[in-house]
Design a protein around this ligand. Sequence first.
Ligand code: URA
Length: 263
Amino acid sequence: MSLSREQMLVEMGITPIWVLRDTASEASPVVPEMAISEPVATASSTVEKPIPVATKPMAATPQASASHALINAMDWPALTKQVAECRACPLCQQRKQAVFGVGDENPDWLFIGEGPGADEDAQGEPFVGQAGKLLDSMLASLDIARGDRVYIANAVKCRPPGNRTPESAEMAACWPYLERQIALLKPKIIVLLGKAAVHAVLHDDKSLASLRGQRFEHAGIPVVVTYHPAYLLRNLPDKAKAWEDLLFARRTLREQATPELPF
Ligand code: URA
């Protein structure tokens, strides 16, 4: 059964339904009272998990630089094969399979999460568990769907044991793959879901709260930041903020598609 966009917004926990506008007033959406029937988040679940990181990308070894250069020259099938066989970091030891990504290979949107969990490791597709359901609702609220103008990937391609946050070195080892995916996909906008994705792409370790609502860039592509769906499942009131972020992302995408004329 396919749900209407309104039903999807309800699913996201955002009711009454927000009216999507194409005008500048969308810039400061009025956040209505949210009707949230699920339990209120506990104090221990109100902050995103910290990532043990350095704030700059790790210095590459000569070997790493050489393989980075090789990866930079790969086409999509070669990259897919390389990722499936990757042994660049210890995460390969316990994975069932590497999870490359899923979706439209000519996308407008690229959503980047943290890393595969148990379900993703088993099925070989990102965001197929509970967080994935919420991500699908978030996509539906934008009138887009997995596989249609959207690609979904992760900061790391192999499941961190026990679903822990990937370490800085693991994200650094996986970055050349994600970087090449971005270069080949050429999305019009990148949405970073949570701190790990922010760390992987922007090499920034500030709080999400301080990064939301800003337009960053990677390789000339606009990048915006929002909360990870798994975090939103534990912190329901922040769904409204995520919705603001998605509207901001959509405006940014539209500005990108139709830049203002220089006169
Ligand atoms: N969380 C993520 O960040 N990625 C997935 O693929 C699944 C859950």
